[in-house]
Ligand binder design. Structure first.
Ligand code: GDP
Ligand code: MG
Length: 162
């Protein structure tokens, strides 16, 4: 059985962008607006010769549910399905209310959680990630999905739990 890695995070932090980067094909739909239901959410991926399944829980949308309910249900799905969870946030907006809602749910699950701070596109932005320690999920990993930066470090960390 392949290990499963789930990507969790509020809309627009770059989950689909990162999913596509890791999978290596443009199979998940990246949108500027949230609430896109067409996303492909499961794919086979590989890192350093290790195969795993990747889930973009942001693609699982429950129409008519408020955003905070959807995000919590996506976190629950990640907790049930995944061996390792990657929580994505964005350095552009900093720590948000939704981030603060999701982080303790993931932490309490006891599943390994890797905290990735996306949109850290340059060294200056990478210096702004320290506020993310406040989420209580350990060291934040600066990444840039659109530039392909830092994803290797996140996947190295994920591999430790397989
Ligand atoms: P999702 O809703 O979390 O799946 O986010 P998407 O992957 O659809 O991306 C939302 C927006 O953020 C799009 O406009 C992306 O181009 C943009 N984006 C994604 N990753 C990065 C990044 O590393 N840096 C910057 N500056 N923008 C990004
Ligand atoms: Mg998406």
């Amino acid at each position: 059985v392949k290990p499963t890695v789930a990507i969790v995070g509020r809309p627009n932090v770059g989950k689909s962008t990162i999913f596509n980067r890791i999978v290596g094909e443009r199979i998940s739909i990246v949108e500027d607006t949230s609430g896109v239901t067409r996303d492909r959410i499961y794919a086979d991926a590989e890192w350093l010769g290790r195969d795993f399944a990747l889930i973009d829980t942001g693609g699982i949308t429950l129409e008519d549910e408020p955003l905070n309910v959807q995000i919590r249900q996506q976190a629950q799905i990640a907790i049930e399905e995944a061996d390792v969870i990657i929580m994505i946030t964005s350095v552009k907006e900093g720590v948000t209310y939704e981030d603060q809602q999701v982080a303790p749910i993931l932490f309490k699950s006891g599943k390994p959680v890797i905290l990735a701070v996306n949109k850290a596109d340059n060294p200056e932005l990478r210096n702004d990630i320290f506020e993310f320690y406040s989420l209580g999920l350990g060291d934040p990993f600066p990444i840039s999905g659109s530039h392909g930066l830092g994803l290797g470090d996140v996947l190295d960390e994920a591999l430790k739990y397989f």
